[in-house]
Every structure is written in structure tokens, then in C-alpha cells.
Design a protein around this ligand. Structure first.
Ligand code: PLP
Length: 351
């Protein structure tokens, strides 16, 4: 079956007449703005922020477009990728009817968002090498399957998913394939944005929360066809990204060089930390990572997790997650934080 965006777009969303904000109805130059019930007197802040932000994020999208080499019409901006994930379900899945396919172990929000939107979850667990199980995915797809989620580099395993496999899914599935590239800046293979011209059913998610160091701003990006972006824009809350977040992101995006330096430093430390972990006699496996964290399998992972907590060090306990048994997911920190962690781990061993 051919991909048909109309087929998978919820009827009420197709028919939706979007909210028209004051900023939509008048967007030209004017001296006096008395159309949005803002407070013209100002606010307690030095910089006022008394006006509503640009609902279309024009400046920010143009900036991202220039960096990513893609037209701004192909970019949707959300309040974090988490909002993009939720919107994709809301636009393209019928509550109580549609189903979605996830490939665990993977990012937890796909499941939570599906649950919130009453979309049934079908699981095609990754293979032992953490690649897609294509046969299982094919077996699960039915007429009500709307979205397949692929996270690459995958959280919490850290590996990239084979490009051939992703293209196989794109070619054989007539719903949306969402590739979550939250960690793409730390990976060897570049973004799949270049595939958008070939696949109208591809949606790529990225975020400013990881490599860009701006988790507190809440800015997520979806790259897709103009038609998909248009539908998501229709459904999003009009002012989903605050004025300070837009301003600060625009400023930060001028500093690509600085961010690239941080990425190099983190990738270098990732190499060092992987080597450190491999030396530890109680470590059973250090999984190759293309992200800013490492999945480490060890004896008594849960006990190690609790021991570290007592020392004030928090890592992510994935030891109860299928295919991640006895694993901790450890983020690469500063040089100093990494040393504190490694020293603490040896203290546990020696006690
Ligand atoms: C961290 C992360 C995100 C980021 O979500 P934001 O809402 O943009 O902060 C998205 N996907 C994955 C797989 C992640 O690990």
C-alpha cells in the first residue's frame, strides 16, 4: 500500500479549523497593539516580556533551517521533542483504534504518550545486537498501525540502527516512520534528514536538549514533509515556545563552533570512560556508544546503583529492563564528575 497522509490523519484533525491568534490576524507593523489583552504597562522584569511570542517561530526556524540545510517549511518546533511525540500521536492516531510499534529497550516517552492518547502499543524488541527485528515488525503491522518509532542512536543502548533496516521499514510500511535522533550529534553516521526527499512517510526528531546543552529551554524539532509539518502546526498550542526560550535558542545557534568543541570533548571522554569501565573486574560488557552516555553491564548493577546514590552520584538503573539486565546507563559528565564516579566505583569493589 502506498503512503497516503490523508488515510492516517485523524478526521477531526483534517477538518480542524485552527485557533487564530491576535498575532495571526494582524502580523504587520503598527504603533499601538491593543488586540491581545496584554499588559501595555509592562511587567516586573527589566526586559518586559509583556507581549505574546511569535507562534510561528519564524526567526528560530530560519536559523535552524540554515544550520540543517533544509527549508523552514519542513521544520516543526515543539516544547521539547516530547511535545512532538505527543502531537504525532494526536494528529495521526485514532484513540481506542490505532496501534503503534515500538522497539524496546528504547526511550520511554513513546509508550507513555501512546498510553495518554489511548493508542495500543505493539512491541518488536530489538535483537540481542540491539538492531531492529524486521521480521517481527512486519508481522505486527496491520491496517490500524499508524506510527513505527525508531530511536537512533538508541536510548539506552547507545547504538545507531542500521540505515538499510530503517529504509526497509520506510519502503514497506504505509504509515509514519519516526526516527528519533536526539543523540545524532555524538554519532558517526549523519542525520537522515537527507532522506526526507525520498520518503514522504519519514519524520525525524531532534532536540536542543542534548548536544546543544539546552535541556532547560525545552525546544524539540521535527523534520518532515510540508504537509506533515502543516498538520502539526495546526494542532500545537499557539504559543508553545516561550519568548525567552526562542530568544536564547536563536542566540545559542550562533555558536555552532563552541557546541562542536563540546561534542568533540564529550566523544573523547566517552572513549576514555569506556576504557575505564572495561578495566573494572566486575564489569561484564561495555556497549559501544554513539551517544553521550554508555550502557555498562556488570555484576550486581542494582547494588552498585544504590551504593553510588549513597555517595550522591546518580546514574540510570536499567537493570530491570528486558535486554538491559544488570545494566546501568551512565552519562558522560565533566572530567571531574567522571573521575568522582570511577573512584566511587572502585571504593565499592574494595569494600
Ligand atoms: C533526551 C531525549 C529526547 C529529548 O527530549 P526533549 O523533550 O527534547 O528534551 C528525545 N528522545 C530521546 C530518545 C531522548 O533520549
Amino acid at each position: 500500500m502506498q503512503f497516503d497522509l490523508n488515510r492516517i490523519t485523524r478526521k477531526n484533525i483534517q477538518l480542524l479549523k485552527p485557533y487564530s491568534s491576535a498575532r495571526d490576524e494582524f502580523s504587520g507593523e503598527a504603533k499601538v497593539f491593543l488586540d491581545a489583552n496584554e499588559n501595555s504597562l509592562g511587567s516586573p522584569l527589566t526586559k518586559w516580556y509583556n507581549r505574546y511570542p511569535d507562534p510561528h517561530h519564524v526567526q528560530l526556524r530560519n536559523k535552524i533551517a540554515a544550520i540543517k540545510g533544509i527549508a523552514p517549511e519542513h521544520i516543526f518546533l515543539g516544547n521539547g521533542s516530547d511535545e512532538c511525540i505527543d502531537l504525532l500521536f494526536r494528529c495521526f492516531s485514532e484513540p481506542g483504534k490505532s496501534n503503534t510499534i515500538i522497539c524496546p529497550p528504547t526511550y520511554g516517552m513513546y509508550q507513555v504518550s501512546a498510553n495518554i492518547n489511548d493508542v495500543a502499543i505493539q512491541e518488536a524488541p530489538l535483537l540481542p545486537d540491539y538492531q531492529l527485528n524486521l521480521a517481527h515488525i512486519e508481522q505486527l503491522v496491520n491496517a490500524d498501525t499508524r506510527i513505527i518509532w525508531i530511536c537512533s542512536p538508541n536510548n539506552p543502548t547507545g547504538n545507531q540502527i542500521s540505515l538499510d533496516d530503517i529504509e526497509t521499514v520506510l519502503n514497506n510500511f504505509s504509515g509514519l516512520v519516526v526516527v528519533d535522533e536526539a543523540y545524532i550529534n555524538f554519532a558517526r553516521r549523519r542525520s537522515l534528514i537527507f532522506l526526507l526527499t525520498d520518503y514522504p512517510n519519514l519524520v525525524i526528531l531532534q532536540t536542543l536538549s542534548k548536544a546543544w546543552g539546552l535541556a532547560g529551554l525545552r525546544i524539540g524539532m521535527a523534520f518532515a514533509s510540508m504537509a506533515i509539518v502543516e498538520i502539526m502546526n495546526k494542532v500545537k498550542p499557539p504559543y508553545n515556545i516561550s519568548e525567552p526560550a526562542q530568544e536564547l535558542a536563536i542566540k545559542a545557534l550562533d555558536e555552532v563552533g563552541q557546541v562542536n568543541d563540546m561534542i568533540s570533548e564529550l566523544v573523547e571522554m566517552r572513549k576514555g570512560m569506556a576504557a575505564e569501565f572495561r578495566l573494572m573486574p566486575w564489569v561484564e560488557a561495555v556497549y559501544p556508544s554513539e551517544a553521550n552516555f554508555i550502557l555498562v553491564k556488570m555484576n550486581q548493577a542494582r547494588q552498585m546503583y544504590e551504593f553510588l546514590l549513597e555517595k550522591g552520584i546518580v546514574v540510570r538503573d536499567r537493570s530491570q529492563v528486558a535486554l538491559c539486565e544488570n545494566c546501568l546507563r551512565i552519562t558522560i559528565g565533566t572530567e571531574q564528575e567522571n573521575t568522582i564516579l570511577v573512584d566511587a566505583m572502585y571504593t565499592w569493589f574494595e569494600q
